[in-house]
Design a protein around this ligand. Structure first.
Ligand SMILES: *[C@@H]1O[C@H](CO)[C@@H](O)[C@H](O)[C@H]1NC(C)=O
Ligand SMILES: *[C@@H]1O[C@H](CO)[C@@H](O)[C@H](O)[C@H]1NC(C)=O
Ligand SMILES: *[C@@H]1O[C@H](CO)[C@@H](O)[C@H](O)[C@H]1NC(C)=O
Length: 344
């Protein structure tokens, strides 16, 4: 019975939503045709659409040995890095994940919860790809204006093109936040203890401006089944094992490594698996130092237990992030658990 009532409430909510949207359809339509900031069609061929801050004028090139792509940042935050910004965090998100972004804003990216975020020592934004869905665009436009923390590219959203999204993160670092010591690439299904993460930047054993930090995978074999999502043909990579690489959901790149990675990628064919490519293949070619955060990150929600949430000898929490947070509530819960660790 309880379930029935919940379902009914849910349905009622949907009906109200649809009615609201349809009553406003005209407004939505004119909004999306009037608003040049959010160009939906033909961005690849159109020459220039000035946004409020002029961000759309510049073209960026993702160059690989076998393929070239040109893309733009359709929207960037007006608030940018400042001279004291030490860490830029770019959260990979997708257009529809409104409530997840909101949960992140309310927890670990909240300036009220971290002095470093409030001071702009840490600059946080989401990166998404454009969408052609009018309803999503309407809501996104509101979100962009309200929070000023969105980077929107005209790249297509697909797993196969994640590698380009990371290219966009790196070139955004170079073009908009070059002085910051570190770039963090992180997915939107993580909860973070910002103070712990920030502390790690000051520890040479955990972060280097020349290196990459995260969970290191060693001796992983490429998948050779053609239909698999992670299929790697021998013509692309013939060796039995991937080079050691850093797990994709969260990795920290030192400022000196960023431009070198962008340059080196030009000598390689384009991959699909983003973390193996950027941190493993390119990282190895450049002999970029890898720093293991295996003692500082958790991969699953079931690991959020006292025996895993330990303190260091120095009396600070060891764990600063947890992955696989499914939905906004889990982000809140995960964040509270990380923050709840008490060390003497
Ligand atoms: C990519 O662009 C560069 C620079 O314009 C050019 O030299 C190269 O031949 C292009 N590569 C491909 C595969 O189109
Ligand atoms: C930031 O640093 C640059 C270069 O060192 C300097 O020219 C600029 O005045 C600084 N800006 C502020 C707001 O301190
Ligand atoms: C931060 O605190 C202020 C004052 O209590 C509040 O108005 C604001 O909504 C808070 N910001 C967030 C992101 O929670």
């Amino acid at each position: 019975m309880n379930l029935c009532r919940k379902l009914w409430k849910y349905l009622l909510g949907l009906i109200i939503l649809y009615v609201t949207v349809f009553l406003n359809l005209d407004r939505i339509r004119s909004y999306s045709t009037d608003a040049p900031i959010f160009e939906v069609t033909n961005s690849f061929s159109s020459k220039s659409h000035l946004s409020k801050d002029g961000s759309t004028n510049q073209f960026y090139h993702a160059q690989f040995k076998d393929q070239n792509h040109t893309y733009q940042f359709i929207t960037v935050p007006k608030k940018q890095c400042s001279n004291n910004t030490k860490l830029q965090i770019t959260i990979l998100s997708t257009a529809g994940n409104f409530d997840i972004r909101q949960a992140i804003r309310e927890t670990w990216a909240n300036p009220n919860n971290s002095e470093h975020v409030a001071n702009n020592d840490v600059r946080i934004s989401f990166i998404i790809s454009k969408t052609s869905n009018e309803f999503l665009n309407f809501a996104l436009q509101k979100e962009i204006e309200k929070f000023d923390d969105m980077i929107v590219t005209d790249l297509y959203e697909s797993y196969e093109l994640l590698i380009l999204k990371v290219h966009a993160i790196l070139s955004y670092k170079q073009s908009h936040c070059q002085l910051a010591d570190f770039q963090l690439k992180i997915d939107d299904d993580m909860a973070v203890d910002m103070d712990g993460l920030y502390r790690s930047l000051e520890d040479k054993k955990q972060a280097s401006i020349n290196g990459i930090s995260g969970i290191i995978w060693k001796n992983s074999p490429p998948v050779r089944e053609k239909k698999h999502r992670w299929y790697v043909p021998k013509t692309l990579y013939s060796e039995k094992f991937f080079p050691p690489y850093i797990d994709g959901p969260i990795y920290l790149i030192g400022k000196n490594a960023v431009p070198r990675m962008l340059e080196e990628a030009k000598n390689y064919n384009q991959w699909i698996i983003e973390d193996v490519f950027w941190t493993g293949v390119i990282g190895k070619a450049l002999k970029i130092k890898q720093i293991n955060w295996a003692n500082h990150l958790l991969r699953y929600v079931i690991e959020l237990i006292p025996s895993r949430l330990k303190c260091s000898k120095g009396g600070v929490p060891l764990i600063y992030a947890v992955h696989n947070m499914k939905g906004p509530q889990m982000i809140h819960d995960g964040y509270q658990k990380l923050k709840g660790v008490k060390c003497k």
